[in-house]
Design a protein around this ligand. Structure first.
Ligand code: SF4
Ligand code: SF4
Length: 353
């Protein structure tokens, strides 16, 4: 916020929109409740004005509702401490122009917010992409349901994770071929950007760009956007059906699980594992034709991507990380599984089988 505030202060206030969030899940997670939570949350809200050098927010969100303890946590964060009333009064006073929430996790929270909270939401931020449309994994909910519920109430949707943390730009080689066959000139990522932007009720797409090529793709794809045809929509659904057959771990590199107190580089380990699956470098057993090549690629790539001290073998299984993972990944279990796999590769046990 401070860096953004400095950058934006050079421009007229009416030439841009500011969106920021009430991120009091961390305060709640640290054990604050009731009055204490309210005071710390109000301070967080007021600090955002100072940091962003503004006297109003165009978009303000209750951040990441639905994670952690679901309904209980949502009630604690919004209602029991009175912060929902406070924010609604701020909106009445004109310091918040549009009020929304971002959603991950327990669908009961999403339904409660739309059906029972009585809050007139101006927008809702959801995770939507062609894989999550009908194949949401972990704690996520199918985007088809989320989007339809918003559309039928005329609530604009803000889209997050259109590229699923870059996973939809780094898909399995077979999928790349399939997409390239259909549109040789289009990048793999552009399919995902077009999918997210094609729905009429979408207010904006937060592109979640990681690399320069994502930024370039983003600009090319949205200027101007060519919405998907019905046929292309079906094609992407078939692609998603195929994709779920590859056993990648649904990590989107958001890093919410970091830092690990024991120094494990969780996303780097999971991304390396996924990369090997996508590139067909997943040594299964010694009878595989490319076992030796795949084994070498996996082990050398692992040491290059993740320093030894930060590899899965150093995970002690404390599980401090998993509750923060919006994808619902059982991180210690995956660390143990990958470590076991690496050990078997190192000792060439699979070859001896
Ligand atoms: S379970 Fe493993 S990866 Fe997760 S915080 Fe503990 S040591 Fe780190
Ligand atoms: S929080 Fe989950 S999805 Fe995000 S980087 Fe960590 S493991 Fe991956």
């Amino acid at each position: 916020e401070e860096a953004t505030g400095i950058a934006l202060s050079r421009h007229p206030r009416d030439s841009y929109f500011i969106a920021t969030k009430m991120s009091n899940h961390r305060l709640y997670g640290a054990g604050l409740r009731g009055k204490e939570l309210q005071e710390a949350s109000v301070k967080m809200y007021q600090d955002s004005f100072k940091h962003l050098r503004t006297d109003y927010f165009d978009y303000y969100l209750f951040h990441i509702l639905g994670t952690g303890k679901g309904m209980e946590e949502m009630r604690g964060r919004l209602y029991d401490c009175g912060i929902a009333d406070f924010i609604l009064k701020e909106k009445e006073a004109g310091r918040i122009r549009k009020l929304g929430f971002s959603f991950h996790g327990d669908v009961r929270v999403f339904d409660y917010m739309l059906q029972e909270s009585g809050i007139p939401w101006d927008f809702v931020q959801i995770q939507l992409n062609y894989l999550d449309w009908r194949h949401a994994s972990g704690i996520n909910v199918n985007a088809e349901y989320l989007y339809s519920e918003l559309a039928k109430r005329n609530i604009p949707a803000v889209i997050m994770e259109p590229l699923l943390g870059g996973r939809l730009s780094k898909v399995h080689d077979h999928i790349v071929n399939k997409l390239k066959q259909r549109e040789p000139e289009q990048s793999v990522a552009s399919w995902a950007f077009r999918f997210a932007g094609s729905f009429p009720n979408v207010l904006t797409v937060l592109s979640g760009m990681t690399y320069m090529e994502h930024l370039q793709d983003n600009l090319c794809t949205y200027s101007p956007l060519h919405p998907l045809s019905d046929d292309e929509f079906v094609f992407l659904q078939e692609t998603a059906d195929l994709m779920v057959q590859y056993q990648t771990i649904p990590c989107n590199d958001c890093k919410y699980c970091m830092p690990c107190p024991y120094g494990i580089d969780i996303p780097a380990i999971l991304l390396h594992y996924n990369k090997c699956i996508n590139e067909g470098n997943m040594p299964r057993n010694g009878h595989d034709e490319n076992y030796h090549k795949a084994r070498q690629a996996f082990l050398i790539g692992y040491d290059r991507s993740v320093p030894r001290l930060r590899q899965a073998s150093h995970c002690i299984g404390c599980n401090q990380c998993s509750p923060d993972c919006p994808q619902g990944i059982n991180i210690p279990k995956e660390m143990q599984r990958i470590d076991h796999f690496v050990e078997r590769l190192k000792q060439n046990l699979m070859y001896k089988l």
